[in-house]
Design a protein around this ligand. Structure first.
Ligand code: OAD
Length: 236
């Protein structure tokens, strides 16, 4: 089976009602990245950061995947699919995708402040305990924190992501401005033989050593068009 690698960003969840980060009206217009999404910000004011993610988690809980997430899942019938997402929502999971790499963490999980990536202390937040408060402890006795990769922290899932990208027959980029590294650097690992597609209503500045097809539409319309295109190319 051919291998499809999908790199998704906030734009795929926009039609589900979740704000992107850098568009006009996006989250980073209302909040300061340094204050709520960096490790230094967390050290300065943990309460503010916990509240920011408690709020996000509440919003994600009532949000449903859209057709673009569902089509990412449906491709699994015909291709080997890996979804690499920068999103901290769980809409790819809710849509049924089975092979997901969360580069920037997952908002519905919590972890240790001493070692966020120690899997022994990563826990799911449940309906009984949906929020994280100051004083909540991880299994190692440290303050519990959101399982999110903040600016200023390493991105431990990059190696898995690079391995997947290097094997791509088809590489699909959906709804990411490619502003944030190292995630944006994944495109440099796409094999020259791969077909590359971008689905994004706006211009994206991307150069790879292969031809790119830009479907300049929102995620749901764009994914519909791409699935039809792939079907057509398969039968040609
Ligand atoms: P951005 O907000 O930077 O980019 C969103 C992209 O989605 C832009 O290219 C938009 O044009 C596009 N877009 C908007 N609406 C869309 C729609 N309906 N369909 C398809 N595309 C649409 O978000 P990301 O690139 O995901 O990290 O941001 C990357 C990282 O920066 C995030 O994971 C987050 C943020 O800071 C952390 O907080 C660590």
């Amino acid at each position: 089976m051919k291998k499809i690698i999908i790199l998704s960003g906030a734009g795929i969840s926009a039609e589900s009602g979740i704000s992107t980060y850098r568009d006009s009206g996006g989250l980073w217009e209302k909040y300061s990245i340094e204050e709520v999404a960096s490790i230094d910000g967390y050290k300065r004011n943990p309460q503010l950061v916990l509240e920011f993610y408690n709020e996000r988690r509440k919003q994600y809980k009532n949000t449903q995947p859209n057709l673009a997430h569902r089509l990412c899942h449906e491709l699994e019938g015909r291709y080997e699919v890996v979804v690499i997402t920068q999103n901290v929502d769980n809409l790819h999971e809710k849509a049924g995708s089975t092979n997901i790499i969360h580069l920037h963490g997952e908002c519905d999980k919590a972890c240790s402040s001493y070692n966020p990536n120690d899997s022994r202390y990563i826990v799911e937040l449940t309906d009984d305990h949906p929020d994280i408060h100051i004083g909540d402890k991880a299994g190692d006795g440290s303050q519990l924190r959101p399982y999110i990769v903040w600016f200023g922290e390493a991105v431990p899932k990059m190696e898995d992501a690079i391995d997947a990208v290097q094997d791509a027959d088809i590489f699909i980029i959906i709804g990411t401005s490619l502003n944030v590294y190292p995630a944006a650097g994944l495109v440099s690992y796409v094999p020259k033989s791969a077909k590359v597609f971008i689905i994004d209503p706006n211009d994206i500045n991307l150069r790879v050593g292969t031809q790119i097809t830009h479907i300049k539409k929102k995620a749901t319309e764009g994914m519909k068009e791409l699935v039809e295109l792939l079907e057509k190319q398969k039968t040609e």
